[in-house]
Design a protein around this ligand. Structure first.
Ligand code: UDX
Length: 444
């Protein structure tokens, strides 16, 4: 494998994981960001977010001399052959993608180019962005360069594994791409064992959306089945187990019912694809429904809380977990945000706990809720506990202690982490998502 010099422009989630992993694979990587403070912290070994294994990987690769950080673009791009663009692509108000940061980064990059560089777009971007990158650079730089689309499929909390052991690598090329460029890009991933799918830019850009949106539709599908289960007295967990046993669906299918998807990618990408389709004159109705079902799940969860505590106003409610999924401190579009808002509207006094997301949650909820490091202190005196995030530690709670601490033995499990029979035998009024006939349950 040839050692390549790589610049990563944008040291956010995707940028840092990509940079650290390429450094681990033996390349010489410089991660750049315009945020000087972020770069200073990274130089001290402090990552701006929590991702299992990332801090140690950064330290290890910096020590080896394969990874460095810089807020000086000319320094970051000096002698570099491959430039990854990993800046943020937030949503506009209408759900379309805001390309401001991509455009600004590409303009800056163009002013430092010397010729022969490969610009790789890794952020999730609308179809046609690679062409836009070419146009922006061409206006400012007359030398040779190439644009490749190489979308990321990083799953937070397991991002390093997702990078180093991906299911597939997508490479989208321009029409006139040279074999040398293809070889360089493949070389970067030489040590990664995964099928490579080579295609054109547009198809690569669409693959990223199609993949994420497919997964969201699986989630909304199972959540719809969960609603049916509640009406007919069936158990969605067993339905999902049976579906996963079908090899065409598979064990890793996204069919775990609950309060729906959140996070950085899914909500944003589905909205973006709705807008992208609209712009080209295709009404992607299917996606509207996927979104709607996802939103409904939060309301369904709050309804269950109200079922157990009909007069919720002024009462203490405990929420376990705030992040959008376990093992991350990421609060972006977390279902907890919507649930907290709904419960606050009903006048509930919310006490919440989370192993790592409290700092980020404070920026969203401020002092409107009470935060607890210890789940038992959040639970103490509450009228109902809601499971929001399936952190492993919540599965191991001492349930007798939980029951003793609660004012009423009420649990609404938004992630189906417990067994309904066991919980009911233990004396809880236990409601989960899509597990059995809830109308029969007698509330004490
Ligand atoms: C996702 C994609 O998996 C990844 O490939 C892409 O690049 C970025 O978006 P991530 O957002 O980190 O990754 O989280 P993921 O583990 O996919 O979960 C997303 C959301 O869906 C979470 O809120 C999770 O709780 C929810 N989910 C997932 C379900 O409700 N049910 C499932 O079966 C799976």
């Amino acid at each position: 494998m040839k050692k390549h010099s790589i610049a990563i422009i944008g040291s956010g989630y995707v940028g840092l994981v990509t940079g650290a992993c390429f450094a681990k694979l033996g390349h010489a990587v410089t991660c750049h960001d315009i945020d000087k403070r972020k770069i200073r912290n990274l130089q001290k070994g402090i990552a701006p977010f929590f991702e299992p294994g990332l801090t140690s990987l950064i330290k290890e690769t910096v020590k080896k001399g394969n990874l460095r950080f810089s807020s000086d673009l000319s320094e970051a791009l000096y002698g570099v052959s491959v430039i990854f663009i990993t800046v943020g692509t937030p949503s506009n108000k209408d759900g379309s993608v805001d390309l401001t940061y991509v455009k600004a980064a590409v303009k800056d990059i163009a002013s430092h180019m010397r010729g022969g560089e490969i610009l790789v777009s890794k952020s999730t971007v609308p179809i046609g962005t690679s062409l836009l990158i070419r146009r922006i650079v061409s206006k400012r730089f007359s030398g040779k360069f190439s644009v490749v689309s190489n979308p990321e499929f990083l799953q937070e909390a397991v991002a390093i594994k997702a990078f180093l052991e991906p299911d597939r690598i997508i490479m989208g090329y321009e029409d006139l791409v040279t074999p040398k460029v293809k070889k360089t890009i493949k070389d970067l991933y030489a040590k990664v064992k995964a099928p490579i799918i080579e295609t054109d830019n547009r198809t690569a850009e669409l693959i990223k959306y199609a993949a994420n949106v497919f997964l969201t539709s699986q989630i909304s599908f199972i959540n719809s089945i969960a609603r049916l289960c509640e009406e007919i007295g069936a158990d969605v967990e067993l339905v999902a187990k049976a579906l996963k046993a079908d090899k065409r669906i598979g064990q890793r299918a996204f069919i775990n019912a609950g309060i729906g998807y959140g996070g950085l990618c899914f909500p944003k990408d589905i909205r973006a694809l709705i807008r992208i389709s609209e712009r080209i004159g295709y009404k992607f109705k299917f996606l509207d429904v996927v979104e709607e079902v996802n939103k409904e799940q939060r309301a369904v969860f709050v309804e269950k809380m109200k079922r157990l505590v009909p007069k919720i106003r002024g009462k203490k409610i405990a929420l376990l977990g705030l992040s959008f999924k376990p093992k991350t401190d990421d609060m972006r579009e977390a279902p907890s945000i919507d649930i907290v808002k709904r419960l606050q509207k009903l006048g509930a006094k919310i006490h919440a706990t989370d192993p790592v997301a409290i700092t980020n949650a404070k920026q969203i909820f401020g002092k409107s809720i009470t935060y607890h490091k210890n789940p038992y202190s959040a639970i103490k005196g509450a009228y109902v506990v809601g499971i929001i995030t399936e952190w492993p530690q919540y599965k191991k709670l001492n349930l007798q202690k939980v029951k003793r601490l609660l004012r009423l033995p009420n649990i609404v499990d938004g992630r189906n982490i417990y067994e309904p029979d066991k919980m009911r035998r233990a004396g809880f009024n236990y409601l989960a998502m899509g597990r059995g006939y809830i109308r029969d349950i007698k509330v004490k």
